[in-house]
Structures are given as structure tokens and as C-alpha cells.
Write a protein that binds this ligand. Structure first.
Ligand SMILES: Nc1nc2c(c(=O)[nH]1)N[C@H]1C(S)=C(S)[C@@H](COP(=O)(O)OP(=O)(O)OC[C@H]3O[C@@H](n4cnc5c(=O)[nH]c(N)nc54)[C@H](O)[C@@H]3O)O[C@H]1N2
Ligand SMILES: Nc1nc2c(c(=O)[nH]1)N[C@H]1C(S)=C(S)[C@@H](COP(=O)(O)OP(=O)(O)OC[C@H]3O[C@@H](n4cnc5c(=O)[nH]c(N)nc54)[C@H](O)[C@@H]3O)O[C@H]1N2
Ligand code: SF4
Ligand SMILES: [Mo]
Length: 696
């Protein structure tokens, strides 16, 4: 019989733009249900399939409940239980001599397993900054697009999620919101019911593309060209907002000359689509805008995981200014809303402590972790990496060129600590594994990259077993390493209270005590951010021409940068590996999180590869057969699904599988490369040529 029931306000911690408000039912100290808050406008009481199962993940039989020490070979996953004291003493004993000799030989490796400001980089940032460890460039997801967007618009600010239902045209460009941005999709459907037209631009007929009025299946990595072709038509047919251009943009004359080069014919040829598709898309977009209708673009990260990914987002971000779409709250473009949040990251992360060192520590790019773990000491590189502390990330599964990543983590002389909920592919390589709490067991504060609310997460239940929050683990490690600055003694409540500046007009009246009770608070932001210009660029205008880009060694105008690996750009490689492979997220996983939750994995079945019937026929492979996907970097095996969802020449392996839960112990990152994007030093996951054959 239940004696006490409570409802705790929480926030979804996952790397998803929606940052839902959660209400957790707790009965006698056990979380029995996780629901969406019906009153939070973005959430609207609805959660995705994954987080509706959050209790199942939290109480999973495989949760790590106490510290572990490796007893088998690296990667084998054999461990024995040890006490917290022993774990912390062992770590301090290994790290102290390394840090004394060469602090940069220590590297943090983390990403957005939790997006929380506290359990993300608060105490951990202070810890590594104080020691002078290598800095980590957190590029694995969004920096190419964010950089291209910033050059053009000035910051990660765009159309407010809460207005999309009023748009009359929505272009979903390189995103699959049914899987990865559900609460945007709800609004796109409301717009559709109000008569809006939905167009998906995606090489793959995703769940979302299938439900749009029109699907333009261009070749991967060619979006920058499509945007240039649209500009060409908009200018040639005078579908422009001359007044907006004159007042609020920079460089129109130069842009005009550049766009003139991108005839619909050249664009269609580059993108692998028809001339009609190019011309009609531009006419619809510019024509509706000219009639005063709100036209919106939701662009997402799918366009920027290729060589020219930064430029692709930049070009797309120019379009609303050309047609004056920013005049409407329901017009414009959204890539991310993260730049709207005035969080005190530098304070939380102790960035100031970097000044205590003779010089700035070097920066290691998380997207090239494979090469960097295998790199010897050198004057250019600095010391060899001798110790890595991994938290909120699963690099052995998610980082590109996985054979190198695994080889790096397998180094006998590397000391690896992994803070985790589960024994992931990466944890298998750890010397010491430390059990971390989940969102139901710790406190946090969140921003969002899809909406405009500050979110509070209260702890709903006590930590499971001996698990501890990341913040607490780094406090304990700091003490063991002899770091005695007062900042290492601040509690999570104290950190949360500092997370926003209440004097900033956007976070006005921020007060942690009241946020905790209410759960969420909307930022004070205008509904149409650039209706009257005010772009946070150097010129204050939307920059078609960017002097900053020129200074950074880039083309100052919108341009097309072909993929590293495509038939057109690299015919010799394509002769051996003729198929372009992309590996976007599965609906029921979140990157590699949830792959070990049985009910969700059962829904996705097993790793599959989608291939067009013509390509399957040419290779003599049939639906349901096991196939081997390979290139010079590696190979993995999948079950083949023959379907015209993949355009001819394209194969799609939905991701990111735990390697050890796939039949052959490998996943799509066996074949992806460590080459980086044009801007933002980001990975090129969707810029990959492969060949496919029947598996032996
Ligand atoms: N269910 C679920 N939700 C997620 C995630 C997840 O793993 N699962 N991941 C979260 C994270 S970390 C992120 S960054 C976001 C990602 O969110 P999105 O950026 O929306 O990513 P995807 O859902 O992968 O959609 C990308 C789409 O881009 C398409 N695409 C691939 N290459 C190209 C290209 O060159 N051009 C164009 N136009 N399209 C292309 C793919 O086919 C895919 O349908 O989602 C978040 N939400
Ligand atoms: N082939 C291919 N590879 C990709 C992508 C792709 O589309 N295709 N997408 C890329 C993208 S967009 C991204 S963002 C990256 C994501 O890569 P990661 O950021 O590594 O994300 P996850 O795989 O979800 O791993 C997060 C881990 O953090 C753990 N975790 C969660 N909360 C906590 C916590 O509070 N404390 C601790 N200690 N651990 C916690 C989870 O258990 C999980 O194992 O993957 C990239 N890799
Ligand atoms: S993963 Fe995204 S859609 Fe699902 S509950 Fe979390 S924030 Fe909401
Ligand atoms: Mo991501």
C-alpha cells in the first residue's frame, strides 16, 4: 500500500531541442511515472517515447551502482567492485604525477549526455581549469552550423518555437523532427491544419519527409548550392523585400553577383534534383513572402555534418532577410535558440582560473579524439595524452573513425576514468568506472536550444546504490587532488542560484528558489527578434558579406563547398566506394543513450541499412539479408532494408547503436571520417562514401 505520493517538477536532461518540463510521480521514494507538464507551453503535456520510459531506464537492472576497477583487458568490460575511497585514492595517485609533470596530458572528454548547467560543466570545468588540463573543443554536434549562422545572423537566435503554428509555409531543412524535435512537429502540424504547406529538404524520405506535402531529395552535402539557386531565382524574379534589404542587410550587391552564377540548371545539376524543384521552391518562398504571408524555415543539424556544413547553414540563414520573412513572428529561420539564454557559464565553470596558469592550456578537438589519443608528444602537439576523464559522453560509440578511437582508448599506458549510468562501449575501456546519478536523482538548471524557457530540475528520488552526481564526484576528486579553493565546496543549490544573472533583462527576476517551485520561466524576448533588424553581428545587419569571414580565411560571400567524399568531388574514391552514407538518429534512441533499454531497442529491432532497389539489384543483395558496409577506414554489418526511402546512390544506417549490442560489435562510425567541416572544426559524419556487399 502506498503511503506517500508526491509530484516533483523536473526537466528532461537529454540532448534534444525540446527540453521538456517533466512531472515525476514518486510513491514511497520510488519514481513510478514521468509525464510531460501540461502547463509548459512547449511540452504541452506530451513526452517522446524515450523519456516516457525514463523510470525504466533509471531502475534498469544494469545501472552502475558502485565504483569499479578493471580486471580484464581494455575493452573487454571485466571489472570488480571497489569502494569510493579506493576509487578516488587510485585516481588521485595516478593523476598527481601526470599533472605535476604536464597538466595538459590530462584531458576531459564530455558532451551533452546531460544538458544541465550543473551536471554538465560546472564542477568539472572548475576541476580541469584549476589543474591546467587540456581544454576540450566540444565540436561533435553543432559548431559548424552555429558558426555559419553566427557570421550571418550574429548568434543562435531565431524564430520562436511558439509561433511556428502561424506560418503559411514551413521548410524543414535537414531535420527529422518527428524523431528529434517532436514539439516543433506538433506546431508544424497545427500550421498544416491552418493551411500551411510543409516541405522537407532531405536526401532521405525520413518519417518527417513522408508526412510533408513535398519532399526534395537532394544529394547530401549540397544544401549550400540549393540555397544559392534559390537566391538566384529570388533576385532574377524580383521576389525580394527591397526595404528590408536596404535597411537591415549588408552586402546585397556582392551577393547578387555571386547568386547570378547559380542558375537553376547548375543548382539542379549540383544537387541532383530537377530545375523545376529549384525554381518552384524559390517562387513559393519568395512569392508567399511578397504577399505578406509568414514563411518559416526550421533548419537543423542534418545539413551541417559535411565538409561545407558551416557554409550551408550560412546560405540558408541569408534567405529570410532577402524576402523580409523576419518581419513576422512566424517567419524567419530557427537553427537553435541557445544564444537567447544569458547563463553564467564562465562563473559556473571557473573559466577565470585559467588565468592562474603561465599560458592557456592547449585545446584538443573532441571530433579527432581517435588521432589525438594515438599521437605521440611533439613540439606542435605538446605532451602525449596520458589520462582521460569521460563523463556525459560515449566516444567509443559516437565519435567518428571508431577504429582509431577504440585503438586510442585501448592504449595500455592511458589512464581512463568513466563516469556513467551504464557500462557503455566507452566504459569497457576504463581503468576506473564511477557510478553517476540520473536526472531523477540530482538537481540541475537547464537552458534549451529549441525554446525560450529556463528550466529547473528537482531531485525526485535518492541516488541509486552508491551513485553520485557529477558535481559531487568532481568535488571529491578536487579534495583528493588537494584543490582547496572555496569554489570546490559550493553545493548544487549554491551553483543553481548563480546560474543566471537576475539583472539581465532576458532572465529578469531569475530566482532559483521560485524557479524550483514553478519548474520553468520564460525568457523576456521579443516575439519577432529581427523584425526591425538589430542583428548581433559586427554591423548590426544580416551579413550577406562578412568581413569577419574574410579575416578568418573564408569566402566572405555565400558559396558552395563540395563534400570531401562524393561522386562529383572525388571520382577516384567514388569508383571504389560509390554510395554516399548518412547515419542520422533513430527515433527511439538519443544518440547512443537508450540503446540498452530493452523496450526501446526492441522497437528498433537491429541495426539496418536502407538502400534503393536499383542499388540493391546492382549488387545482388536482397531485403532482409545481412550486408557488409565498408571503406578504407573500416566496416560494419547490418540487415539490409531495400526501400526507395533512400534515393539512388544513398544508403542510410540509422544510429547510434552501442557497438556491443550490434551483431558484429561495430556501428556506423567504423566508416565515418575525422575530417572536419569548413567552419567550427566539426565532424563530417554525413560526408562518407562506402561500398556494400553481401556479408560473408
Ligand atoms: N529521437 C532522437 N532525437 C534526437 C536525437 C536522437 O539521437 N534521437 N539526437 C539529438 C541531437 S544530439 C541532435 S544534434 C538533434 C539532431 O536533430 P536533426 O538535426 O533534426 O537531426 P536528425 O533527426 O538526424 O535529422 C537530420 C535529417 O537530416 C538528413 N540529412 C542528412 N544529411 C543531409 C544533408 O546533407 N542535407 C539535408 N538537407 N539533410 C540531410 C537526414 O536524412 C535526417 O533525416 O536531434 C536531437 N534529438
Ligand atoms: N554516425 C553518427 N555518429 C554521431 C551522430 C550521428 O548522427 N551519426 N550524431 C552526433 C551527435 S549530433 C552527437 S550530439 C553525439 C552525441 O554523443 P554523446 O554526447 O556521447 O551522447 P550519447 O551517446 O547520448 O552519450 C551520452 C552518455 O552520457 C551518459 N550520461 C547521461 N547523463 C549523465 C550524467 O548525469 N552523468 C554522467 N556521468 N553520465 C551521464 C549517458 O548514460 C550516455 O552514455 O554523437 C554524434 N555521433
Ligand atoms: S528527449 Fe526531447 S522530446 Fe523527449 S522528453 Fe526529452 S526534451 Fe522532450
Ligand atoms: Mo547532437
Amino acid at each position: 500500500m502506498t503511503t506517500t505520493t508526491s509530484h516533483v517538477r523536473a526537466a528532461c536532461p537529454h540532448d534534444c531541442p525540446d527540453t521538456c518540463a517533466l512531472i515525476v510521480t514518486v510513491e514511497d521514494g520510488v519514481a513510478t511515472e514521468v509525464k510531460g507538464d501540461p502547463d509548459h507551453p512547449p511540452t504541452g503535456g506530451v513526452l517522446c517515447t524515450k523519456v516516457a520510459r525514463y523510470a525504466e531506464r533509471t531502475y534498469h537492472a544494469d545501472r552502475l551502482l558502485h565504483p569499479l576497477r578493471r580486471v580484464g583487458k581494455k575493452g573487454e568490460g571485466k571489472f570488480e567492485r571497489i569502494s569510493w575511497d579506493e576509487a578516488l585514492d587510485t585516481i588521485a595517485a595516478r593523476l598527481k604525477p601526470i599533472v605535476a609533470r604536464a597538466p595538459e596530458a590530462l584531458l576531459p572528454y564530455s558532451y551533452a549526455g546531460t544538458m544541465g548547467l550543473l551536471q554538465g560543466e560546472a564542477m568539472s570545468g572548475r576541476f580541469f581549469h584549476k589543474l591546467g588540463a587540456s581544454l576540450l573543443d566540444r565540436t561533435i554536434c553543432a559548431t559548424a552550423g552555429a558558426t555559419g549562422y553566427k557570421y550571418t545572423v550574429g548568434g543562435s537566435i531565431g524564430t520562436d518555437l511558439e509561433h511556428f503554428q502561424d506560418a503559411k509555409l514551413i521548410i524543414i531543412w535537414g531535420g527529422n523532427p518527428i524523431a528529434s524535435n517532436l514539439h516543433f512537429w506538433t506546431r508544424a502540424q497545427a500550421a498544416k491544419r491552418n493551411g500551411a504547406k510543409l516541405i522537407a529538404i532531405d536526401p532521405y524520405r525520413s518519417l518527417t519527409a513522408e508526412k510533408c506535402h513535398q519532399h526534395i531529395a537532394l544529394l547530401p552535402g549540397t544544401d549550400a548550392a540549393l540555397a544559392l539557386g534559390m537566391m538566384h531565382v529570388l533576385i532574377a524574379e524580383d521576389l525580394l523585400d527591397h526595404d528590408y534589404i536596404a535597411q537591415y542587410t549588408l552586402g546585397f550587391e556582392q551577393l547578387k553577383a555571386r547568386a547570378a552564377e547559380w542558375t537553376p540548371e547548375r543548382t539542379a545539376e549540383t544537387c541532383g534534383i530537377t530545375v523545376q524543384e529549384v525554381v518552384e521552391l524559390a517562387r513559393l518562398y519568395g512569392g508567399m513572402a511578397k504577399q505578406g504571408e509568414p514563411v518559416a524555415i526550421r533548419t537543423n543539424y542534418g545539413v551541417q555534418r559535411v565538409r561545407g556544413g558551416g557554409m550551408a547553414v550560412r546560405n540558408i540563414a541569408c534567405l529570410p532577410a532577402l524576402v523580409g520573412a523576419w518581419r513576422h513572428a512566424a517567419g524567419g529561420v530557427q537553427l537553435s535558440s541557445s544564444g537567447s539564454f544569458p547563463s553564467n557559464k564562465a562563473l559556473l565553470q571557473g573559466t577565470d582560473m585559467l588565468r592562474q596558469h603561465a599560458r592557456m592550456p592547449r585545446t584538443i578537438n573532441m571530433s579527432t579524439i581517435g588521432d589525438d589519443l594515438l599521437r605521440p608528444a611533439s613540439p606542435e602537439f605538446g605532451p602525449q595524452i596520458e589520462a582521460v576523464i569521460v563523463y556525459n559522453s560515449n566516444p567509443v560509440a559516437v565519435a567518428p573513425d571508431s577504429p582509431k578511437v577504440a585503438a586510442g582508448f585501448a592504449r595500455e599506458d592511458l589512464f581512463t576514468v568513466v563516469l556513467e549510468h551504464f557500462q557503455t562501449d566507452t566504459a569497457d575501456y576504463a581503468d576506473i568506472v564511477l557510478p553517476a546519478t540520473t536526472q531523477l536523482e540530482h538537481v540541475d538548471v537547464h537552458t534549451s536550444y529549441g525554446h525560450l524557457y529556463i528550466m529547473a530540475n528537482n531531485a525526485a528520488v535518492a541516488p541509486m546504490g552508491e551513485a553520485k552526481p557529477n558535481t559531487e564526484i568532481f568535488r571529491l576528486l578536487a579534495a583528493r587532488m588537494g584543490l582547496d579553493d572555496p569554489c570546490f565546496r559550493e553545493s548544487d543549490e549554491e551553483l543553481a542560484a548563480q546560474s543566471f544573472d537576475a539583472k539581465d533583462s532576458r532572465a529578469i527576476h531569475f530566482d532559483w528558489e521560485s524557479l524550483k517551485r514553478k519548474g520553468w520561466q520564460r525568457l523576456n524576448m521579443p516575439s519577432a527578434p529581427f523584425a526591425q533588424g538589430g542583428f548581433p553581428t559586427p554591423s548590426g545587419k544580416c551579413e550577406f558579406y562578412s568581413a569577419q569571414m574574410l579575416a578568418d580565411g573564408l569566402d566572405p560571400l555565400p558559396a558552395y563547398i563540395a563534400p570531401y567524399e562524393s561522386r562529383a568531388s572525388n571520382p577516384e574514391l567514388a569508383a571504389r566506394y560509390p554510395l554516399a552514407m548518412i547515419s542520422p538518429p533513430q527515433r527511439n534512441f538519443l544518440n547512443s543513450t537508450f540503446v540498452n533499454v530493452t523496450s526501446l531497442r526492441a522497437t528498433e529491432g537491429e541495426p539496418q541499412l536502407d538502400m534503393h532497389p536499383d542499388d540493391a539489384a546492382a549488387r545482388g543483395v536482397a531485403h532482409g539479408e545481412m550486408v557488409r558496409i565498408y571503406n578504407d577506414r573500416g566496416s560494419f554489418v547490418c540487415k539490409l532494408r531495400v526501400t526507395d526511402k533512400a534515393r539512388a546512390g544513398l544508403v542510410v544506417g540509422l544510429s547510434v547503436w552501442w557497438k556491443k549490442l550490434a551483431g558484429d560489435g561495430k556501428n556506423a562510425n567504423e566508416v565515418t571520417s575525422q575530417r572536419l567541416t569548413d567552419m567550427g572544426r566539426a565532424p563530417t559524419f554525413y560526408d562518407t562514401l562506402v561500398q556494400v556487399e553481401k556479408a560473408a
